[in-house]
Design a protein around this ligand. Structure first.
Ligand code: GRF
Length: 202
């Protein structure tokens, strides 16, 4: 049985597309069973619809509070009985209810090399700092901002003439490869978390 992935998106969904493409091969060991978003009308949802994958949308603005949104999101995700929840460009922090229900099997991808440059502006912050190498980090989500245990990292050079867009695009190419490889291995081989350290395999 392939592992069941629920993927949450907020934008263009190129990471989601990479997972959908990989999962088309039965040997990948995982299938995307649902895609959720915190806003309607985004390309990430259109990608899911084109692939015939069920979608759901839950806006914070449509809930009584942020906590109510988090609890309802967690319920919507649980309906699809995921083995792994992948936050792929999902621009919201999940909260207490979500982590109580799904914690330990939620991963997120961040476009910087943790623990450097957490938060919403990883590529811009790396560029402004002047680092010569940056990249992306896949991590197990905890209550912090991009602080969870690291599953995988990938690096790219920062070029002299980069702006935020060219740098983020270079990161995203490497990020998609890392995401597909790591999620596939997590699905096929399982993983264990021991303190800060994540090991793939049983
Ligand atoms: C990725 O770089 C992700 O790490 C960041 O936003 C980007 C999302 O890209 N948070 P996409 O929606 O998967 O194309």
């Amino acid at each position: 049985m392939p592992a069941r992935l629920v993927v949450l998106v907020s934008g263009s969904g190129t990471n989601l597309q990479a997972l959908l493409d990989a999962a088309a091969d039965p040997g990948y060991g995982a299938e995307v069973v649902a895609v959720g978003a915190d806003r309607p009308g985004i390309e990430g949802l259109a990608r899911a619809e084109r692939a015939g994958v069920p979608t759901f949308v839950l806006r914070v603005a449509d809930c009584e509070s942020r906590a109510a949104w988090d609890a309802e999101l967690s319920r919507l995700v649980a309906e699809h009985e995921p083995d792994l929840v992948v936050l792929a460009g999902f621009m919201k922090l999940v909260g207490e209810s979500f982590l109580a229900r799904h914690g330990g099997r939620v991963v997120n991808t961040h476009p910087a090399l943790s623990p450097s440059f957490p938060g919403m502006h990883g590529p811009a912050d790396a560029l402004a700092y002047g680092v010569k190498v940056t990249g992306a980090t896949l991590f197990v989500v905890d209550a912090g901002v991009d602080t969870g245990q690291i599953v995988a990292q990938t690096t790219v050079p920062v070029e002299d003439d980069d702006d935020v867009d060219t740098l983020h695009e270079r990161i995203k190419v490497a990020e998609r490869t890392m995401l597909v490889e790591s999620v596939g291995r997590m699905a096929r081989e399982g993983f264990t978390v021991d303190g800060r350290r994540v090991r793939l395999g049983r």
